[in-house]
Design a protein around this ligand. Structure first.
Ligand code: SF4
Ligand code: SF4
Length: 175
């Protein structure tokens, strides 16, 4: 036996019966505690994950996810694009014909321009919410949709005059 081992044995205190049983008790207690946590997760008593995509996380109502513009209530004031820090909102509009029937938004504002383009490049958007804050008709809102990945950056540009976008919004929001 090496000198180190002999020295170690010489200084080791003899274990009492009380300490011996306490060590056994601690070993059993800590093992059971650890196993109870493991069993809780294994048998789903306390699940921490979702079985995505069958089960989807519902975001809070005030979450800032994919934007939606209800273009029928947009007055083309361009305040949203002016507020956008990354210039990712592209708008164009033309003056309405004098003879054209008067149009109003749902909150009673006159629509004097015809929107000809309303596109948001969501690849550039940082979801700051400034555009929705300044919108006077509240037609521009964040939705809770977080599943809109695309294979190309170009496909991240959403044209809100495209009927497909409204179909998407109707599927998502039932009001
Ligand atoms: S959320 Fe922010 S970055 Fe995105 S479009 Fe609106 S203002 Fe621009
Ligand atoms: S701020 Fe609102 S009303 Fe004005 S252009 Fe933007 S979305 Fe339309």
């Amino acid at each position: 036996m090496s000198n180190d081992i002999l020295n170690d044995l010489a200084y080791r205190k003899p274990i009492t019966l009380r300490v011996y049983f306490k060590n056994i008790y601690d070993a059993i207690r800590t093992t059971l505690k650890g196993m109870s946590i493991t069993i809780k997760y294994v048998y789903g008593v306390k699940p921490v994950t979702l079985e995505y995509p069958e089960v989807r996380e519902e975001l809070p109502a005030n979450s800032r996810s994919r934007l939606f513009n209800d273009v029928e209530n947009c007055i083309s004031c361009m305040q949203c694009s002016a507020a956008c820090p990354v210039d990712c909102i592209y708008i164009s509009a033309v003056r309405r014909e004098k003879e054209a029937p008067a149009l109003k938004t749902k909150n009673g504002q006159a629509i004097r321009l015809d929107l000809t383009q309303y596109t948001i490049d969501t690849a550039l958007c940082c979801y700051c919410g400034l555009c929705t804050t300044v919108c006077p008709t509240e037609c521009l809102t964040h939705t809770q949709d977080y599943e809109f990945s695309q294979y190309t950056l170009d496909n991240m540009k959403y044209d809100y005059l495209d009927p497909q976008v409204r179909t998407w919004r109707n599927r998502l929001i039932k009001n």
